[in-house]
Design a protein around this ligand. Structure first.
Ligand code: UT7
Length: 340
């Protein structure tokens, strides 16, 4: 029998650079409540959200992903010709075919292998793990990992369970070889018995006519599940990395709800002084984009710095979840409206 050759790749990988794109338009709770039967006070106290951003004309999903990717390339100093794979994590690209990733690669001037991943709000952490493994296996020297969402097109503005939560945006990292390991082993899994809890379904009269699906969520079910089940997953990620909670500089969970974050912080007994991501205040829940956007916000505000050790965890539709310990990358701060 012929013996098939296999590649071997980098001994260690890391995120080499980060870029983000935040849409121009800031949407306040007051604006949401022009249609939704709710209040600024209820939204702030129940979710922590003050504002979110919605994509406007020209800020397509592919355009936002491309802008974030350019930022990641700039921050990493990696040329587009060095990218071997482009992975786009998203649940709001409006077509199964073509996937968004080849379109992003084309915009960047790349012919790299490109594909989308659908793991709901956990998409970025899934894609980061796969990207790291591609470099470790030798199948790519560098991978662009992008989380991007345009949830505003999938919202029923009258739905009290979702209309105020979600926002739009994109975050991207370049993953490549590094001297020291900067992406720990992933702790991940799924529970398809709860697939009905977060879903897209047709038949909503209010959403954009081009995208006649609306996100529906049984928020209380997620709320009962996430702060406890996800604490176990986060502990597993830290243990798999050979670390303890006291080694962490930052905790950067998926920005689902501020109260979920606070409960996770308590359940994990995180050490005093650890930086906690709270980008949900200004970005809402941007699903697969939320973790890279939250990293960027912490770096920009000086709450964390490149080289810090951070625990990432993301969870959502599926239900799917993934967590890993990482070394934070540098960022180019490329967003048109990054400081807004
Ligand atoms: O990213 C994917 C993962 N998703 C999540 O992590 C979301 C997790 N879940 C949540 O964030 C929360 O469940 C929500 C923020 C969606 C809802 O918060 P909650 O504390 O679970 O509210 P609830 O549904 O238990 O409702 C509490 C009260 C009810 O009133 P009564 O019965 O106590 O009088 C609701 O009728 O709040 C009322 N309510 C609202 N009031 C104003 C429910 N939704 C709203 C609303 N505005 N939008």
């Amino acid at each position: 029998m012929a013996r098939i050759g296999q590649r071997s790749g980098a001994a260690a990988t890391a995120m080499l650079g980060l870029g983000v794109y935040r849409p121009e338009r800031v949407v306040t709770n007051a604006e949401i409540c022009e249609v939704l039967d709710s209040s600024d006070e209820w939204i702030r106290t129940r979710s922590g959200i003050r504002t979110r951003r919605y994509a406007g004309e020209g800020e397509t999903l592919v355009a936002m992903a491309t802008r974030a990717a350019r930022g990641a390339l700039e921050a990493s100093g990696v040329g587009v010709d060095e990218i071997g794979t482009v992975i786009v994590a998203t649940s709001t690209h409006t077509q199964h075919s073509p996937a968004a990733a080849p379109l992003v690669a084309h915009e960047l001037g790349s012919r790299a292998a490109s594909f989308d991943m659908s793991a709901g709000c956990a998409g970025f952490c899934h894609a980061l793990s796969v990207g790291s493994d591609l470099v470790r296996s030798g199948n790519a020297s560098h991978v662009l990992v992008i989380g991007v969402e345009m949830l505003s097109r999938f919202l029923d503005p009258t739905d009290r369970g979702t209309a105020f939560i979600f926002g739009d945006g994109a975050g991207a990292v370049v993953v490549g070889q590094s001297d020291e390991p900067g992406i720990g082993p992933v702790a991940w899994g799924s529970d398809g018995s709860q697939s009905h809890v977060i879903r897209q379904e047709p038949g909503c009269e209010h959403v954009d006519a081009d995208h006649p699906m609306a996100v529906r969520m049984e928020g209380t079910a997620v709320f009962r599940w996430a702060p406890f089940a996800m604490a176990d997953v986060a502990r597993e990620a830290v243990a798999e990395a050979g670390l303890t909670m006291s080694d962490l500089d930052a905790f950067i969970p998926h920005q689902a709800n501020m109260r979920i974050t606070e409960t996770l912080v308590r359940n994990l007994k995180l050490p005093d002084g650890i930086a906690i991501a709270r980008d949900i205040q200004d970005s809402g829940n941007t699903s697969a984009a939320s973790v890279p956007l939250a990293i960027e916000a912490m770096l920009r505000h000086g709450e964390a710095k490149p080289g810090d050790t951070a625990l990432l965890i993301a969870f959502g539709a599926g239900l799917s979840y993934a967590s890993q310990v990482v070394t934070l990358p540098a960022t180019a701060g490329v967003s048109a409206s990054v400081a807004g």
